[in-house]
Every structure is written in structure tokens, then in C-alpha cells.
Write a protein that binds this ligand. Structure first.
Ligand code: PAF
Length: 285
């Protein structure tokens, strides 16, 4: 039987836990999540466990990173199942604050995200990254984690958080976890559960189109503008209902490339039905 894991709901509680672990000489890792956990999240936990003595997961659906027309109200929530899953992989604690704890009456600070947050997701989802940087800064400050793990699936988020941590001299080391995929290539996402069978089939066009781009680069095509046009066409031909973007960018700065002459990443965002999916693939490492 799995050991019951302590669940902390206030900042004082989680701070007390983290401080006592660190005073005992243990290194502490944090895996921030919004719950609705799947195998991808559990792979973040496993990676975190390889880098620290004590692993804490946070489960908090952060309202400030959702736009007014986005799925905050309907975002999948299943806390009991999340706790059972986190117990099964041996986390040492769960931080599950309420909105009142995270954004108490009078709360007014916001963490201005770095410039890199202005394009792609940031352009289409105004204030999204400000919500992310604010909540992640709060989570890192509350826990003083030595390491924190973020998935490469949210590639721009990862780059934004890395830059925030560097710019604000935060002591936490950010670790990137590879995107977990189903055997047919679909990137694991809490939003996949919105897809019916036909939509799920069409959602495969994201990972397929990205793979085609990577194969084209490996075959010698380094014309990034041409690759981006083909990427978009492959998404559409593969059956997405609409695509927000399909780009080839510098893997570190997310600057849109004309030529793949340095480490690069292909990024896509598309709608299948009313579900918005994102995915990406590093083209050269
Ligand atoms: O990637 C997510 O699940 C969220 O954006 C995060 C990092 C937990 C912040 O709410």
C-alpha cells in the first residue's frame, strides 16, 4: 500500500515542511502542476526524484493564467485521483492551496514576464505568461525549492520561466523534462480528454507534422521559412480545424528563424474541435 502523503494547503504549512527538510540537509524538488494528472506529470516527478532527496508536487489551477474566454471553469479537476497518483510515485508532499491562499484580499503584485513571452502563446493569450510567472514565482518563493521541473511540452513556458529565474536571481535550478507521448506520438495533455475518437485521430497531425519537419531538416532542408509553410500545410492536411501558428524558432531565444543554422525548435498550436493543442519538437540539439 502507498504511504499517505501529507497535503499542505497554506503557505505556512508548506514552508514549515520545506524548511524542516532543508534543515535536515535534504535537497528539495518541486513539480508544479495544475492537477488532472497523467503519465506526463508522473514522468516529471520521476525526473525530479533523480535530482533531489525530497519531492513536492503542487496542484493548483491558477486562474490568473487563463483568459476570459478560456477553459478555467471547465478545466478538468480530480483532486482525489491526483493525490492517489502522486502517492503511487512516492512524492513526499503535495501543496494544494486555495485561491484565497494564493491571491488573498489585497494581493496586487504581478511578475512582469520577460520579453520572450511576447510572441506565440503570449501574443494569442494576453496576460497568460504574467499569470504563469506570478504563480511560479510564488510557488518557488513559498517552497525555496532547490530544483523545479517543467515539461518541454510547454516549450515557451519553460523558456520564460528559465529567463525569469535567471533575471530575478532565484536560487532554484530549472530542469526540463522531455515531452511524454502516447505510442502513436500524441503529446500527453490534460486537455486530450476533451477529444472524441475522431478528434483524437486528427490531433495526431500535430506530432506527425512536427516529425515531418524534423525529417526534412535531417534530409538537408535548412530553409526555415519553407519548412514553416510546409509545417502549417501538413497540420491543415492532417485534419486540424484551424492552426494558430507553425514556426521554426531559435531553441534558446524563440526568435523566428530564416535558416536552421543553430539549435532550433518547431512549435505549433492548433484547434481540433474546440480544443486548443500545442506541441513542439527540437530540430537539432
Ligand atoms: O504547466 C502548468 O501546468 C502551469 O502553467 C504551471 C507551471 C503549473 C503554473 O500554473
Amino acid at each position: 500500500m502507498n504511504m499517505p502523503v501529507p497535503v499542505f494547503s497554506t503557505v505556512d504549512e508548506v514552508q514549515g515542511f520545506c524548511l524542516s527538510q532543508q534543515k535536515a540537509g535534504k535537497t528539495l524538488g518541486l513539480v508544479p502542476t495544475m492537477g488532472a494528472l497523467h503519465k506526463g506529470h508522473l514522468s516529471l516527478v520521476t525526473l525530479c526524484q533523480q535530482h533531489c532527496d525530497v519531492t513536492l508536487a503542487s496542484v493548483y489551477v491558477n486562474p490568473s493564467q487563463f483568459g476570459p474566454n478560456e477553459d478555467f471553469d471547465n478545466y478538468p479537476r480530480n483532486f482525489e485521483q491526483d493525490v492517489a497518483l502522486l502517492e503511487s510515485v512516492g512524492v513526499h508532499g503535495i501543496f494544494a492551496p486555495t485561491n484565497e491562499v494564493m491571491y488573498p484580499h489585497g494581493f496586487s503584485c504581478k511578475v512582469q514576464p520577460p520579453k520572450i513571452a511576447g510572441s506565440l502563446e503570449g501574443e494569442l493569450r494576453p496576460n497568460h505568461f504574467q499569470g504563469v510567472t506570478t504563480v511560479v514565482a510564488k510557488l518557488l518563493n513559498a517552497t525555496r525549492a532547490d530544483v523545479a521541473v517543467f515539461g518541454q511540452k510547454d516549450y515557451q513556458q519553460l523558456v520564460v520561466i528559465r529567463q525569469m529565474v535567471a533575471d530575478l536571481n532565484m536560487a532554484t535550478r530549472v530542469i526540463a523534462a522531455p515531452t511524454a507521448r502516447q505510442s502513436d506520438g500524441l503529446a500527453l495533455s490534460s486537455r486530450n480528454r476533451y477529444l472524441d475518437a475522431d478528434q483524437r485521430e486528427r490531433a495526431l497531425s500535430l506530432s506527425r507534422a512536427l516529425k515531418q519537419t524534423k525529417s526534412a531538416v535531417e534530409a538537408g532542408n535548412i530553409d526555415a521559412r519553407e519548412l514553416a509553410v510546409e509545417l502549417m500545410q501538413n497540420l491543415i492536411d492532417g485534419g486540424v480545424d484551424s492552426a494558430d501558428y507553425a514556426v521554426i524558432a531559435d531553441a534558446a531565444t524563440l526568435e523566428i528563424l530564416e535558416v536552421v543554422d543553430r539549435p532550433a525548435v518547431a512549435l505549433v498550436a492548433a484547434f481540433v474541435g474546440s480544443t486548443r493543442l500545442i506541441d513542439n519538437l527540437l530540430l537539432s540539439e
